[in-house]
Design a protein around this ligand. Sequence first.
Ligand SMILES: Nc1nc2c(ncn2[C@@H]2O[C@H](COP(=O)(O)OP(=O)(O)OP(=O)(O)O)[C@@H](O)[C@H]2O)c(=O)[nH]1
Ligand SMILES: [Mg+2]
Length: 308
Amino acid sequence: MAFRSGFVSVVGRPNVGKSTLLNRLVGQKIAITSQVAQTTRHRIRGVITLPNEGQLVLMDTPGFSKPLDSLGELLVDESQAAIADADAYVIVVNGNELPGKGDAYVVTQVLEKAAHKDAFILLAINKADQLKQHPGLLGTRCLAYEALLKGYKKSKTLLISARTGKECHEIVPLLLKHLPVGPAYYDEDALTDQRLREMSAEIIREKVMRLTQEELPHSVAIVIDDYNEADPAMTRITATLYVNQASQKGMIIGKGATLIKQIGTEARKDIETLLGHRAHLDLNVAVKANWRRDAEFLKSMGLAVEPA
Ligand SMILES: Nc1nc2c(ncn2[C@@H]2O[C@H](COP(=O)(O)OP(=O)(O)OP(=O)(O)O)[C@@H](O)[C@H]2O)c(=O)[nH]1
Ligand SMILES: [Mg+2]
């Protein structure tokens, strides 16, 4: 059997479960997730290799939403670049809601690119676990989402739950079948293209997204100042949490520094799981006024769009 390979773009509105699905399919947590929209800021690659069969490179993307500032524009650019690059697509939608303008926009963008290449589109109607009491409703929802594909032939719909894994086992074989014959792009045992240093920054950001409220989750950027692996049994990491304005500094530190301590403790535990050994985490908080609009700062964090 010929070895198949290719890039698969995972796209959709914010918060529909794209990163959760990526983690589920890769079998390990490589992308951070949270209840807050716009969690993903980078294009993250997840690699799935089936020996002698093929290799899928899944590209998690930031959700498509109306850009409000430079960071927002970069997120949309990232997603658009991922669509241009792909050999196949997974469009993730939230089965709990009727299709909205955002879904229609994403599907239109994908259809435009897919039609040129005759690429396969998988429509993944997610969060099915929350709808099991309403089977009738589900049928109507599926039809409404399918209608967005305007009869595109090379597509298939699956009703899934990225959280519970329902029907997720069908996804990889289905995608692989539609990829071209080609080489492995990554080592057989690679799971992602991210470095441990970048993943550590993402883990810290996940804790911020999950433990803070109101505008704070979106106001924090993480920079790893030092990543010291001199001791093989204990990685020492120093990071700065940049907030948008001075008033947010106290909010993220919390009364008696409780919040920053909690962020540190939870992040350290996850980083230790990732590394397989102990970690020491030193977190600082600093103000970088309006960093979301600061092109230079975004670039320094690697948040610049690479050419497709
Ligand atoms: N009930 C349920 N919740 C889910 C499912 N998949 C994801 N979620 C939840 O939905 C929220 C958003 O998930 P993410 O994976 O971060 O969503 P995303 O599409 O990557 O979001 P952005 O990166 O912000 O665009 C999280 O709270 C997940 O736990 C699912 O199958 N069922
Ligand atoms: Mg995400």
